[in-house]
Design a protein around this ligand. Structure first.
Ligand SMILES: Cc1cc2nc3c(=O)[nH]c(=O)nc-3n(C[C@H](O)[C@H](O)[C@H](O)COP(=O)(O)OP(=O)(O)OC[C@H]3O[C@@H](n4cnc5c(N)ncnc54)[C@H](O)[C@@H]3O)c2cc1C
Length: 238
C-alpha cells in the first residue's frame, strides 16, 4: 500500500535520554497520519535566523506505526535546527511532510532479511522490529548493528526482548572501539555477515551515514549478493 505524503502538524510531548547525547523526541500522532515501518518524514521547525542548513530535516519515524505517537531519535548537534529541536517544550508544534521513502519492511517477501546498521541508522529497524513484534510476524530477520562503544548503544534491551519472544528474530550488536562480552567486536565485515546470515537467499537492508553504507554495500556485493537483494537508505547529513 502506498500512502500519499501530506503536510501535518504535531504537538511535542516529551524528550527521553537514551545515551549521553542521543535523545528520543515524542510527538502526538496527528489524526489521519499513517506510515509504513521504516519510513521517514521531512520535519520543519519555524525559527528566526536559521543557519545555512535550513529549517527542515528528514528523520525516520522511530517507532512502530501501531503506536499512537511519533518519535524522532537523534543526537545533539550544532545546527540551529538541532538546537531548536532540543529546546521544544510540551505542547509546542512541529510541522512535517510525510510519510516518505521506500526503505520499509516488506512482510509479504518471505525471504530472510538481514538488517545492517551503523549507529543512529538503527532507527528504521527499530520501527520495523517493534512492528514485527506487535504483529507477531514470522519473517526471519537478523539485525547486525554497529556502535563505537557500549555507552553509545541504543534500543539494545528492547530489541533483545523482541528476539527472546520471537525466535525468528536475532539481534547482534558489534562494538568498534572496545571488546565487551556479549557483543561482537569490530566493524561489520564479511566474516560477521557470513557468520549470522544466509548469504545465498537473504535480502540485505543497509542504513547509516553514506560512508558506512557504501562500505557495507561493497562487502555484500563482493560476497555475491545481487543488486535486487540489496536495499539502501543513506542518512545524508552526517
Ligand atoms: C531518509 C533519512 C532519514 C534520516 N533519519 C535520521 C534519524 O532517524 N536520526 C538521525 O539522527 N538522523 C537521521 N537522518 C539524518 C538527519 O536528517 C540529519 O542530517 C542529521 O541528524 C544531522 O543533523 P544536522 O544537519 O542538524 O547536523 P548536526 O547534528 O548539528 O551536525 C552537523 C555536522 O556537525 C557534526 N557535529 C555534530 N556535533 C558536533 C560537535 N559537537 N562538534 C563538531 N562537529 C559536530 C556532525 O557530524 C555533522 O557532520 C536521516 C537522513 C535521511 C536522508
Amino acid at each position: 500500500m502506498t500512502i500519499s505524503p501530506k503536510p501535518y502538524t504535531a504537538k511535542f510531548i516529551r524528550r527521553e535520554q537514551l545515551t549521553e547525547d542521543v535523545y528520543s523526541h515524542n510527538f502526538e500522532k496527528p489524526v489521519g497520519f499513517e506510515f509504513a515501518p521504516g519510513q521517514y518524514n521531512r520535519w520543519r521547525i519555524e525559527m528566526e535566523n536559521p543557519d545555512e542548513r535550513g529549517t527542515s530535516r528528514p528523520f525516520t519515524v522511530a517507532v512502530s506505526p501501531l503506536n499512537n505517537y511519533l518519535v524522532i531519535t537523534t543526537k545533539k548537534g550544532i545546527t540551529s535546527f538541532k538546537r531548536k529541536l532540543f529546546e521544544l517544550k510540551e505542547g509546542e508544534q512541529i510541522n512535517f511532510f510525510g510519510p516518505l521513502g521506500t526503505f520499509v519492511l516488506d512482510e509479504q517477501d518471505l525471504r530472510p532479511k538481514v538488517f545492517l546498521a551503523g549507529g543512529i541508522g538503527i532507527t528504521p529497524y527499530y520501527s520495523m522490529l517493534t512492528y514485527a513484534f506487535e504483529k507477531k510476524l514470522t519473517n526471519i530477520i537478523i539485525l547486525l548493528a554497529s556502535f563505537s562503544t557500549k555507552e553509545e548503544i541504543i534500543y539494545h534491551k528492547e530489541l533483545l526482548e523482541v528476539s527472546k519472544i520471537l525466535p525468528n528474530i536475532k539481534v547482534i550488536y558489534t562494538l568498534t572501539k572496545e571488546d565487551v562480552p556479549g557483543f561482537e567486536s569490530g566493524r561489520i565485515n564479511e566474516e560477521m555477515i557470513k557468520k549470522y546470515s544466509d548469504v545465498s537467499s537473504s535480502v540485505f537492508y543497509i542504513v547509516g551515514p553514506p560512508g558506512m553504507v557504501s562500505n557495507i554495500e561493497g562487502i555484500v556485493t563482493a560476497i555475491g549478493v545481487s543488486e535486487e537483494r540489496i536495499k539502501i537508505e543513506n542518512f545524508t547529513g552526517y
